[in-house]
Design a protein around this ligand. Structure first.
Ligand code: NDP
Ligand code: HSE
Length: 412
C-alpha cells in the first residue's frame, strides 16, 4: 500500500478524490499496489464529505509523515504551493500537480530537485486538462525535431468564444457560467487576458525546444476586446476566432505568442469548441499531429493527476527524466513575426476607405458582412507585426477613417 496526500480540496482536488474512488480497483491494479489517500490539506473543513476524517490544516503533518510518498498539489498559485512542493521533494516525496503557474515559473528548479532525490515531479495536468501532451513531448515525440506547437490551451476562453459565436450570448454572462462550471482560474483575468495560455505554451515550448522559454517573454493578448461584430466578420470570411497559443521556429529563431486569431474554417483547430482544447504539433519526421480533449474541468483534470500518481507509484525511487533545460531561450522579437491582419474601420466614406487601404497595405481582401457603408473591413497580406502596426497608425490618420475598431491576426 502506498500513502498519498492531496493539497487543496477544490475543483481538481475533489475530482481526484472522486476518480480514486470511482476507479479504485483498476487504478490499484495499474499501479501494482493499493493507493491510500491518507490526508487532504485545505483551509476549510468539509463535514459530511468523504474526506472529513482525513482533512488536515497543517502541512507539516503530511511533510513529516514518512509513510506518505506522493503529494498531489492542486491548490494553485505560487505560494505556499512552491514552498510546499520544494519541501516535499527535498523530503524524498514525489509531487504531481496541475499548477501551471508554478510549473512555468519554477519547473526547471523543481525537476532538478526531484532528479537529485530520485523522485518525480510530474505535471501532465498543468497543460490541456485531461489531454496527454507532456508525456508525448517527453516520450513519444522524442524522435522528432519539433518546429511548431499551436494550441487552444485555455478551456474558459474557448468556452466563452464558442458561446458568444454560436449562441450569440454576452461575454460576461458566459464567463460567469465558465466560473460556475469550475473551468476558470480563481482570478479569471488570468484566463481572459491570456496569461494562463501563456504559461502553458511556455511549458510546452520549453519541453519541445530544449531550452527554457520564460513565460514573461511571451507576447500575450487576451479575448476581452473580441466582439460579436468581429465574429460576424470572421464568419463572412469563412473563419472562426480562437485564442491561439503558438510557438514556432523560423530559421534558427523561435517566436511565441498568445493572441486571438481568425482561423480558416478548414483548419483543424477551428472546430475545437466549448471547453475542449487541442494542441497541434509539427515535427520534422512525424509531420502534423493533434491532441484533443477536455481542456479544463474537475474530472478530466483529475484523470491526468491520478495518471501521474500511478506513474509516480510505479517509479517510486526512480526519477523519470524530463528534458527541461535551464538555458534561457532568446525569443524572436514580436515585431519581426510575419502576420496577416483583419482590420475593421468606421468610415463615412466607404470607397475612400477602401482606396486608402489599398494605397497603404497593397493587396487586400475586402470582407463584407452587412450592407452598411459605415464600416470597411479587410484582410492584409503577410507583413511583419511592426510594418502592420505602423500601417495601422497611418490608416487611422486617413481622412476617410473615423476610427479603427478592430485588428485581429489571421491565419490560413
Ligand atoms: P480551486 O480554487 O477550486 O481549489 C483550490 C483549493 O485549494 C481550494 O479549496 C483552496 O481553499 C485550497 N487552498 C488554497 N490555498 C491553500 C493553502 N494555503 N492551504 C490549503 N489549502 C489551500 O482551484 P482548482 O481546483 O480549480 O485549481 C487548482 C489548480 O489546478 C490551479 O493551479 C489551477 O490552475 C489548476 N487547474 C485547474 C483546472 C480546472 O479546470 N479547474 C484544470 C487544470 C488545472 P479556498 O477555496 O478556501 O481558498
Ligand atoms: N482555467 C484553465 C482553463 C483551467 O480554463 O483552461 C485549465 O488549465
Amino acid at each position: 500500500m502506498i500513502n498519498i496526500a492531496i493539497l487543496g480540496y477544490g475543483t481538481v482536488g475533489s475530482g481526484v478524490v472522486e476518480v480514486l474512488s470511482t476507479n479504485k480497483d483498476s487504478i490499484n491494479k495499474k499501479a501494482g499496489q493499493e493507493i491510500n489517500l491518507k490526508y487532504v490539506l485545505d483551509l476549510r473543513d468539509f463535514p459530511g464529505t468523504p474526506i472529513e476524517d482525513i482533512i488536515t490544516h497543517d502541512y507539516n503533518e503530511i511533510l513529516n509523515d514518512e509513510s506518505v510518498h506522493i503529494v498531489a498539489e492542486v491548490m494553485g498559485g505560487i505560494e505556499p504551493a512552491y514552498s510546499f512542493t520544494k519541501a516535499a521533494l527535498l523530503k524524498g516525496k514525489s509531487v504531481v500537480t496541475s499548477n501551471k503557474e508554478l510549473v512555468a515559473k519554477y519547473g526547471p528548479e523543481l525537476l532538478a530537485i526531484a532528479k537529485e532525490k530520485s523522485v518525480n515531479y510530474l505535471f501532465e495536468a498543468s497543460v490541456g486538462g485531461g489531454i496527454p501532451i507532456i508525456r508525448p513531448l517527453n516520450q513519444s515525440l522524442t524522435a522528432d525535431e519539433i518546429y511548431e506547437i499551436t494550441g487552444i490551451l485555455n478551456g474558459t476562453t474557448n468556452f466563452v468564444l464558442t458561446k458568444m459565436d454560436k449562441e450569440g450570448r454576452d461575454f460576461d454572462e458566459v464567463l460567469k457560467e465558465a466560473q460556475a462550471l469550475g473551468y476558470a482560474e480563481k482570478n479569471p483575468e488570468a484566463d481572459i487576458e491570456g496569461r494562463d495560455a501563456c504559461r502553458k505554451i511556455a511549458i510546452l515550448s520549453s519541453l519541445a525546444f530544449d531550452m527554457h522559454v520564460d513565460f514573461e517573454d511571451i507576447y500575450t493578448e487576451g479575448i476581452t476586446k473580441i466582439t460579436k461584430k468581429d465574429m460576424a466578420y470572421a464568419k463572412a470570411a469563412n473563419k472562426d476566432i480562437k485564442l491561439l497559443a503558438t510557438s514556432k521556429k523560423i530559421g534558427n529563431k523561435v517566436y511565441a505568442r498568445v493572441a486571438p486569431v481568425m482561423l480558416d474554417d478548414e483548419h483543424p483547430l477551428s472546430h475545437v469548441n466549448g471547453v475542449f482544447n487541442a494542441i497541434f504539433v509539427k515535427g520534422n519526421v512525424i509531420g502534423e499531429i493533434m491532441f484533443y480533449g477536455h481542456g479544463a474541468g474537475k474530472l478530466p483534470t483529475a484523470s491526468a493527476i491520478v495518471a501521474d500518481v500511478v506513474d509516480a507509484v510505479k517509479h517510486l525511487s526512480k526519477n523519470l527524466m524530463t528534458f527541461w533545460s535551464t538555458k534561457k531561450m532568446e525569443l524572436m522579437s514580436i515585431d519581426d513575426v510575419p502576420v496577416s491582419m483583419f482590420i475593421l474601420a468606421k468610415t463615412d466614406f466607404y470607397s475612400a476607405a477602401k482606396d486608402s487601404a489599398k494605397k497603404l497595405f497593397g493587396p487586400i481582401k475586402v470582407v463584407e458582412v452587412i450592407e452598411s457603408e459605415e464600416e470597411f473591413a479587410f484582410i492584409t497580406d503577410v507583413k511583419t507585426e511592426k510594418e502592420i502596426a505602423n500601417l495601422i497608425k497611418l490608416y487611422n490618420a486617413e481622412p476617410s477613417i473615423r476610427k479603427i475598431i478592430s485588428s485581429i491576426r489571421v491565419e490560413a
